[in-house]
Design a protein around this ligand. Sequence first.
Ligand SMILES: C[S@@+](CC[C@H](N)C(=O)[O-])C[C@H]1O[C@@H](n2cnc3c(N)ncnc32)[C@H](O)[C@@H]1O
Length: 210
Amino acid sequence: MTARRPRAIAEQARHARGLLGRIIAFIMARETWAANRRTIDALAITDRDQILDIGCGHGRSLGALAARAPNGKVVGVDPSELMVKIAARRNRRLAKVSRVAVRVAGADDLPFPDGGFDRALCVHVVYFWRQLEGPLREVARVLKPGGRLALYFRTSADAAAVAAFPADVYRFPSLEEMLAALEAAGFGIESLDTSGAGDAGPVLLVALRR
Ligand SMILES: C[S@@+](CC[C@H](N)C(=O)[O-])C[C@H]1O[C@@H](n2cnc3c(N)ncnc32)[C@H](O)[C@@H]1O
């Protein structure tokens, strides 16, 4: 059973600010770590990959990604200035040698040229998109043809999550809706893993840009 999240906490997860935002970032970095590790494993990262973490939050994933691509680069984006500050500070040593960078940006307007990334990931972020296809098209734009995107998210089939989070802050997509949006945005599905926590648990979906 998932405990009911107060509105103030849910809003901070969508856009962290102030002292409460710092506390949320600290907790989130622990709560989502297992999901991030599974998602990073699913990306099959290679030595020189250019990797984009969309909604990187606190930035705990960025160092782990950089370790998998010692001759590549990792970029994290997040619309919360506070999260970007925390992620930049956490990764300051890697940033100094240009292996990690963090920018303020949302998935619907990525400040990067076409086709620059080999890999992208997005963990527990899609709930905050007003619709799926626009951001997914933007991710497709910045990926190279054949580039791999890993999405980790809870779906509308997860009744406990749907009941626990305020519906006007978190929108859980159905799996069918996500598959259709990926197809429309120019992705083919490579794999779908629903083994996380039974049928209604989180989904790890890997897609390839056509
Ligand atoms: C639940 S947190 C997950 C953070 C991190 N990916 C993790 O696994 O811990 C959701 C993050 O998505 C960010 N976010 C919200 N709207 C977004 C958007 N439109 N595009 C990208 N990121 C967004 C939030 O600022 C927040 O850092």
